[in-house]
Design a protein around this ligand. Structure first.
Ligand SMILES: Nc1ncnc2c1ncn2[C@@H]1O[C@H](COP(=O)(O)OP(=O)(O)OP(=O)(O)O)[C@@H](O)[C@H]1O
Ligand SMILES: [Mg+2]
Length: 248
């Protein structure tokens, strides 16, 4: 696929003797929101960490925007880890500023203006001078999202970004994600919730380090043969019937 943002071929990763990613191949087109869905321990976080270059595969290959994961690609990538990795003694503003500088946003005025926009987007304006250790869990999630997107990267990895968010903010985030993809960014999101899944343009169902099905939410629902099937039912159907691959 020529317009693939991410091309993964026969990827295998192990923790010791435990195979966590099992000969997995996946093509993720550019400019869409792509959901990785699967139960606890199915390998979503590991796969994301491989794609951003924090882990090295045992075998197989990954190309993100045509490049190997790692430092050469760092400015093109935004990464929100599953557990927020923030400096708890620093304020909201200082944390986002730190990441903006790391990602090479040197122009002070432009950086400050972008940081203000991001803080408003994650709805933390009134908390901008507050240190992280005085924030709630959901607020920390929001700061972590801000840190991942501040440099406006074309490829964004969000590991369970909506966990702990209230419904209003979740819907606000999804509107923003839709804007990002309309502007050409690619978003890879891991999630357990079918609400998130329904917002994604394409999905891959993961189980035991393998992709057991992929396609649009409508295609995956259609694999069950039941018109009103939910994505949850589609997932269970794919588990029961082995590997099903919808057209992508
Ligand atoms: N640092 C580690 N050392 C050893 N095993 C690990 C490590 N991190 C993860 N694993 C194992 O790898 C497997 C996949 O874990 P991973 O975190 O990728 O799953 P996940 O799909 O993200 O799960 P969750 O939905 O709970 O976040 C699990 O069996 C887990 O126990
Ligand atoms: Mg995970």
């Amino acid at each position: 696929m020529n317009n693939a943002s991410i091309a993964i071929d026969n990827l295998t990763f192990k923790y010791g003797k435990l195979t966590v990613i099992d000969n997995l191949s996946l093509q993720i087109p550019g400019g869409i929101s792509f959901g990785l869905l699967g139960p606890n321990g199915s390998g979503k976080t590991t796969l994301i960490r491989l794609m951003v270059g924090l882990l090295k595969p045992v075998s197989g290959s990954i190309r993100c925007l045509g490049k190997l994961p790692g430092t050469a690609n760092a400015k093109n990538i935004g990464y929100m880890p599953q557990l927020p990795s923030l400096y708890t003694e620093l304020t909201v503003e200082q944390n986002i500023d730190f990441f903006a500088r790391i990602y090479g946003m040197r122009d002070r005025k432009a950086r400050q203006s972008r940081i203000a926009d991001v803080i408003k987007l994650v709805d933390l304006w009134s908390k901008r001078k507050v240190s992280i250790n005085q924030l709630s869990g959901g607020m920390r999630q929001r700061v972590s999202l801000g840190c991942a997107i501040v440099h406006q990267p074309p490829l964004i990895f969000l590991d369970e970004p909506t966990v702990g968010l209230d419904p209003e903010l979740r819907s606000h985030f999804w509107k923003y994600f839709a804007e990002l993809t309309c502007n050409g960014s690619t978003i890879i999101i891991s999630s357990h919730t079918m609400d998130d899944a329904a917002h994604c343009q394409k999905l891959a169902f993961l189980r035991e380090g393998k992709v057991i099905a992929q396609g649009s939410p409508a295609e995956l629902r259609a694999t069950t043969g039941v018109a009103e099937a939910t994505l949850e039912e589609a997932f269970l159907y794919c588990i029961r019937h082995g590997k099903v691959k919808a057209n992508v």
